[in-house]
Design a protein around this ligand. Structure first.
Ligand code: NAD
Length: 499
């Protein structure tokens, strides 16, 4: 049994707490490694070591820090296959999807190569007589990221890239379910030239998260995960005086107008609903066709597409559409929710509960599942399922469809499929959700824009990646400077405008 480690001061370090978690191969159900769960003392020691190194890193000019990012991008491309394989082995997603996970993180690192430009301050010459005013962005010090299992490469990179490029030291607490890729990323950062101690990977669970929340040296926390944990981290982190941004769960609706291209909409729904087994915060989990005719046409097109989906292990090659869920507990929970949908009166059109794959009987697979006539009061509508389950909610009008997405407590992403520009424009303007797709089912913004949901999907006021991330990981300092010439006139006592 492989024993994983932490990554502290540029080295793999064994856990000393005596506590471990199992890391599964979700396709076979076997435990393939154990990951150490750090104690508070281990976390605090990693932070202290990072704090000692951080001022030197912050004083390294931004262009040199950017060159580390540039080299890191080269190494990610060099090791793409190796990273994707390790990722699929612990997460279960297909190899092409795992490469996408690495790629979407890599693109944020590419954005961070622009650090010298992004960190430039503002300057006003002669703001008053002999007075110049300027502002600069300074690193916060030691900051931390707490990340979920579903994107074990991308989300750690979304956090570490901007934090490091800004001159911070970064403590990464990755998901304990798939910790190998984060450790590999740390090795590559070292190879790219990052000084030891500036990036520490501390594996763990609630104990290490609480230690992060309470450590007085840590200045900021970026979290991604489920909403209850996001709310907990936001509350406790903020009350401890930290800068905190937390991104939570989702229930993304896709509205299908009667004028939409139905084949295009059905294709989009199948990819966005079942890709990565529905374990994406931007997955579409609710289809909202407008009018019964639209709903019937949609279901008629969805069923044959769903029946053709290939579910299997990542090792089965490129024609697998999606793999297993991450753990047996996740599988049991998703199947339980499907049963609750049946009990609460939804029409189960395609049932994935009994899916079995020869040779992989102990894997955590759930077959693609489709519900029709789902209503607002059902658990499958209210809760984030995070599995390969698509619910159809029939709306009588555009306004009713809009109200479904707007009234839901989550507000991460949403999409509308229509051929009418006016409807699309109205939708984009009125909806209270952070990321909107117009004939695009999964509207994940690219690295140079920002990513973030509203309502119970996001806590804090700045988004992830893009320019917001450089604001989040820096503090602004504004300097008013006067170099007087001539005779000094004595003190001034009134707070006055500069003339
Ligand atoms: P999770 O909330 O279980 O875990 C996230 C992190 O929190 C992990 O590092 C975990 O170790 C830690 N954690 C778990 N329980 C904790 C506790 N009781 N106290 C303190 N820390 C704890 O989430 P997950 O299952 O790993 O990821 C799936 C969730 O993440 C879904 O809800 C998904 O929608 C969400 N997600 C959101 C976004 C986004 O940008 N909004 C992106 C990806 C995933």
């Amino acid at each position: 049994m492989q024993e994983l480690t932490h990554w502290i001061n540029g080295k793999h370090v064994k856990g000393t707490s005596g506590r471990f978690a199992d890391v599964f191969n979700p396709a076979t159900g076997e435990v393939q490694a154990k990951v150490p769960l750090a104690s508070k003392a281990e976390l605090d020691a990693a932070v202290a070591a990072a704090a000692a190194q951080q001022p030197k890193w912050a004083a390294t000019n931004p262009q040199r820090r950017a060159r580390v990012m540039m080299e890191f991008v080269r190494l990610l491309n060099r090791d793409m296959d190796k990273l994707a394989e390790a990722l699929s082995r612990e997460h279960g997603k297909t190899i092409p999807d795992a490469k996408g996970d690495v790629q979407r993180g890599l693109e944020v690192i590419e954005f961070c190569i622009g650090a010298p430009h992004l960190l430039k301050g503002e300057f006003t010459d002669s703001a008053g007589p002999g007075i110049d005013m300027y502002s600069m962005r300074q690193a916060l010090g030691v900051v931390a990221g707490i990340t979920p299992f579903n994107f074990p490469a991308m989300i750690p990179m979304w956090k570490m890239g901007p934090a490091l490029a800004c001159g911070n030291a970064f403590i990464l607490k990755p998901s304990e379910r798939d910790p190998s890729v984060p450790l590999m990323l740390a090795e590559l950062m070292q190879e790219a030239g990052l000084p030891d101690g500036i990036l520490q990977v501390v594996n763990g669970d609630k104990e290490s998260v609480d230690a992060i929340l309470d450590n007085p040296v840590i200045q900021a926390i970026g979290f991604v995960g489920s909403t209850p944990i996001a709310e907990y981290i936001y509350g406790r982190g903020c009350s401890n005086g930290k800068r905190v941004q937390c991104f939570g769960g989702a229930k993304n609706h896709m509205i299908i107008m009667p004028d939409a291209d139905m084949d295009q909409a059905a294709d989009a729904l199948v990819g966005a609903g079942y890709g990565a087994a529905g374990e994406r915060c931007m997955a579409i989990s609710v289809a909202v066709p407008v009018g019964d005719k639209t709903a019937d046409a949609l279901i008629e097109r969805l069923v044959p597409r769903i029946e053709k989906l290939k579910v299997g292990p990542y090792t089965a090659g490129n024609d697998v559409d999606y793999g297993p869920l991450v753990t047996g507990a996740a599988m049991t929970r998703v199947k339980g929710l499907i049963s609750s949908g049946v009990e609460q009166g939804a029409d189960l059109v395609v049932d994935g509960r009994d899916f079995k794959l020869q040779g992989y009987e102990s894997g955590f697979f759930v077959g693609p599942t489709l519900f029709d006539r789902v209503t607002r009061d059902m658990d499958i509508y209210k809760q984030e399922i995070f599995g390969p389950v698509l619910s159809t909610v029939r709306a009588k009008s555009y306004e009713e469809a809009l109200s479904y997405a707007m009234d839901h407590e989550y507000g991460n992403g949403t999409a509308i499929f229509t051929r009418d520009g006016d409807t699309a424009r109205d939708f984009a303007n009125r909806i209270n959700i952070g990321m909107i797709g117009i004939n695009v089912p999964i509207p994940v913004p690219l690295a140079y824009h920002t990513f973030g949901g509203w309502k119970k999907s996001g806590f804090g006021d700045l988004n992830q990646h893009g320019p917001d991330s450089f604001r989040f990981y820096t503090r602004t300092k504004t300097i008013t400077s006067r170099w007087p010439s001539g005779i000094k006139e004595g003190g001034e006592f009134n707070f006055k405008a500069m003339d």
